[in-house]
Design a protein around this ligand. Sequence first.
Ligand code: TXA
Ligand code: MG
Length: 314
Amino acid sequence: MKTFITSSPRKAAAYIRRGEVVAFPTETVYGLGANVFNAGAVRKIFSAKGRPADNPLIVHIMSRNQLPLLSTDIPRSAQLLMREFFPGPLTVILKKSKDIPAVVTAGMDTVGIRMPSLPLTRKFLLECGMPVAAPSANRSGTPSPTTWHAVKDDLDGRISCILKGERAIHGVESTVVDCTIDRPLILRTGAITLEQLRHVLPSIGITRSGVPGHPRSPGTKYRHYAPRARVRIISSTAAIRNPLRSAYIGLSKPGTALAAEKVCRSPKEYAHALYHFFRSCDRKGIETVYCQRVPLSGLGRTIMERLGKASRHE
Ligand code: TXA
Ligand code: MG
């Protein structure tokens, strides 16, 4: 199939209304969307990405008026979070309405809902006229795309349309919070930090990633976010070997010259750059990407969670 590339949200939305899949920018990463109520269209997302069918999708809304289409059971915790963080990089998990096809939620009785803030995304969702189910617009397992070029590298010829926008502002995915339980729980760390969420819900919990039996979002069990290069987490730049075939990303400046390096001024810049850097390392044929460990606070928690997944070799 030929992939149509456009900067017109109206033209891109016309594909959604025809039951096709469209990649579109958001403030976190690019998404790959379909009409949430069209099971056949949603199935095309799974086949284009090579995504396991047991991994549910996030549903993107344009306004609060669309909420009743997706869920009629909105606990107080979710109301508080939505008031503070919608539109923005937060996904709330709610009990799903029966109108949402099972393929969207991988058969679960809950649904993830997010309202993006990027103006181009909002124009696109408005033109679509319905909520749009969308995972990140990468081939399953690779780093989420933060530019439309990255989407094209992964999905050209496999999807109908790419809506072209700027490079993503956050560069990491939304934070996913389960609001269906008495004490809401962060299932996936992301662009909104634990500290920000605690301001609104002091009792919010966080899953211990990797602990067997601990609740978490289904997607986090897969190896993820990984470049082809080996990813090594290091505390000190003194651990770098084979610098001419290696790359480095972190907060302090490495002592040696490497094939590629990205020195970030803050965890925010580190999170923003990470997936973009992974993809550029693969284009250069880098063997090992050394990633500097950061403290587990603020976005550092999100960075370390992603590095943990990317460095796992299975
Ligand atoms: O920022 C983002 O969240 C981006 C943009 C495009 O919105 N989307 C994204 O989607 O990262 P995806 O599919 O790559 O990651 C969604 C995560 C997965 O780990 C999935 O398992 C989890 O959210 N999730 C979705 N629905 C869920 C549900 N009902 N219960 C638990 N986890 C859910
Ligand atoms: Mg993803």
